[in-house]
Design a binder for this molecule. Structure first.
Ligand code: FMN
Length: 209
């Protein structure tokens, strides 16, 4: 509870003095893969707009999916002590979250989904136990790449990400879906996607007037 009050206080002070904080989350297992490259372009765009950026590469972290703990905490915090404990505060402190995930079997990657599921305690605290304050309002963007050209998988993944963003009080503001990119780094040949990612970061990184 105190943590969330502090975030709100910090957000109020920072709305006048601090740079916009943009957090990029790469849910692909490939470093320098297609989503990673798109995310970097978006973060570069955000830096060009004056934002401070940070990137999390989920595949390097050690964390489990949600365990549906029978004795789960009711204060909005997850009791599992693993690397997700470093991710939670970063998500709540960010002004903007950009999630990049490849399409795996028609949805987000397991790394991305396992991270999202770990917000269940927070969801329970907010909507069921009413024990946590609404987190700071933020913006969210979703970047994705897939091998084939169907739209339906992107829409499926979008549903998962929208659900996550709603939970952490992020407005689903921007999206980029890049089709027909499969091999590692294929996205480098897609200037349209790279430019679109940069534009997303640029727009989201601009400080509120
Ligand atoms: C486990 C796995 C499942 C995949 N499932 C799909 C799929 O359902 N549809 C699709 O179009 N591409 C699928 N792909 C291809 C990836 O989406 C594609 O290679 C993407 O560009 C990878 O992005 P990355 O380099 O950021 O990891 C799959 C790849 C893997 C490894």
């Amino acid at each position: 509870m105190i943590g969330f009050v502090l975030y709100a206080w910090q957000a109020k002070i920072c709305s006048r003095r601090c740079k916009i904080k943009v957090l990029g989350i790469n849910g692909s297992p490939r470093l320098r893969g297609n989503c990673d490259i798109l995310l970097d372009r978006a973060l570069e765009g955000a830096v060009s707009a004056g934002a401070a950026t940070e990137k999390i590469f989920l595949n390097k972290l050690t964390y489990r999916g949600c365990q549906e703990c029978p004795d789960a905490r009711t204060d909005g915090n997850c009791k599992i002590e693993d690397d997700m404990q470093r991710v939670f505060p970063k998500v709540f402190e960010a002004d903007v979250i950009i999630v990049a995930s490849p399409i795996f079997f028609g949805s987000v990657s397991s790394q991305t989904k396992a991270m999202i599921d770990r917000f269940q305690c927070y969801w329970m605290g907010r909507y069921f136990h009413h024990s946590v304050e609404q987190p700071m309002r933020k913006k969210g963007a979703f970047l994705s790449a897939q091998g084939n050209e169907k739209d339906e998988f992107f829409l499926n993944a979008k549903g998962v990400i929208k659900n996550f963003f709603a939970t952490v009080n992020a407005e689903y503001s921007e999206e980029l879906f890049c089709k027909k990119v499969d091999a590692k780094g294929d996205i480098q040949k897609r200037q349209d996607c790279l430019d679109a990612a940069y534009g997303i970061g640029e727009r989201l990184g601009i400080e509120n007037p």
